[in-house]
Design a binder for this molecule. Sequence first.
Ligand code: AMP
Length: 541
Amino acid sequence: MLGLMQEWPLLCHKLLDYAAEQHGAREVISRSTEGPITRTNYRDIHTRSKHLAKWLEGNGYKLGDRIATLAWNTGRHMEAWYGIMGIGAIYHTLNPRLFPDQIAWIMNHADDQAILVDLTFVPIVEAIAEKVPGLRHIIVLTDEEHMPESKLDLICYETLIAESDADFKWADFPEETAAGMCYTSGTTGDPKGVLYSHRSNVIHAMMAALPDALNLSSNEVLMPVVPMFHANSWGLGMAAPLTGTTMVMPGGGMDGASIFELLDTEKVTFTAAVPTVWLGLLDYLEETGKKLPHLTRVVVGGAACPRAITAKFERDYDVEVVHAWGMTEMSPLGSLGSIKPEYGGLDVEKTLDVKEKQGFAPFGVEMKITDDENKELPWDGKTFGRLKVRGPAVAKAYYGGAGAEQFDGDNWFDTGDVAHIDQYGYMQITDRAKDVIKSGGEWISTIDLENLAVGHPDVQEAAVIGVAHPKWDERPLLICIPRKGATPTKEGILGFMEGKVAKWWMPDDVAFVEEIPHTATGKIQKIELRKQFADYKLPTA
Ligand code: AMP
């Protein structure tokens, strides 16, 4: 027997309808690409996204078309997402930090037909437009006064909005319809496209807003520093309208001073970004002696959050740190490190131990760890294996069918991460599967060694890779960038690490470098390091 409840498809534009109706005056404040801080609200974003939707439909765009955005976090970018989704087309966020040729490759693979681009990134579009033959319109997210000179035929966004109107009814379609697209910039092979549906985005927004997750509400002022082009902006572009949360959009200002200015003047209570952004802010605070009287919580993810960041925020600024893990393929939230009662009331150091873990899964994410034979491993906080997930906001395939080996028949997605999970469900990432070191058949976690090494006061950044060894197959090599002005020694660093990890995990050697290569999303490019150190001879070999 089926239930007798109404069918009400989970469509993303309903999030914005709701925000406009119940929280219409709640502001969306942006650092604009033209310079000044601009203010709009959910009611106006709703109206203007309808203007865009009407223009798009009038110009022949329809259900299923891919429309790219190459833009910072701003109110206009929000309007673009909802205007595009409202006709049943698909927003496709492009990462401007990729090489122009990679962007062109991704646009062609996705078959993008139009692009909405920030002033800052017009030169990128000029460089690649000829290589993307399917592109019909290039819309610059600015007003007439700031329109750049260009050899391309550019459309001014504000003129388009002014000449269109809001007499538009959102399109109707099933909730499984594609809504958005984001390519993962893996460290190997071609980028792979993740295709979110309306249903997955709405469900993910509800999961993300929950109290033990991001705990959003209309009383919060949220600054998503994580870009809308990185992993669906961690779902914040949907979860904020769902909860009527005020948004403060930092545009291109990612440095400590710019971030601080908005946190302070707009009285931001909650913010989210990768660790490097927070290092910049904390340095700025230390230099200037400024404080964070309004901020209560910060979510740190995208890469492991160093203990030192958590300690500084919590001890020096009274800001709670929530460590989060996720990936583009998961919309992206997978786990968050809120404190369950089991871990309540611990002393500072023990709480910091818990916060080094990436946290537990919210409702809607199932997790397991397995060995190479797909045998499930225990949740004992020690045994680590391949981390696999499934849920309504987890990808079941990549666009175009690449990477099929990452999905199994039961819908489990192999994240490519290696982790252990403790008795209370807290997961901790120990490595990427392709980076883990296999020494005499046993696994060594490179992330654990790196975290330990950066705890040394003279080490700025550290990476650990496996180097060939005649007896053990592979042994760890620690690669370090010394802190400015410091001259650490191999003996000093190994001495510092000794006793803090199993003896057989200790690196066989330490190499000092000036630079460690990173990907466009800020991850260490171990594949490059392995190439660089391919002929390295360990003293133990
Ligand atoms: P992306 O899809 O670009 O967000 O990359 C996802 C990958 O980033 C994950 O599979 C992890 O390897 C890594 N990652 C994300 N968050 C964390 C975290 N908190 N700690 C360690 N690694 C992380």
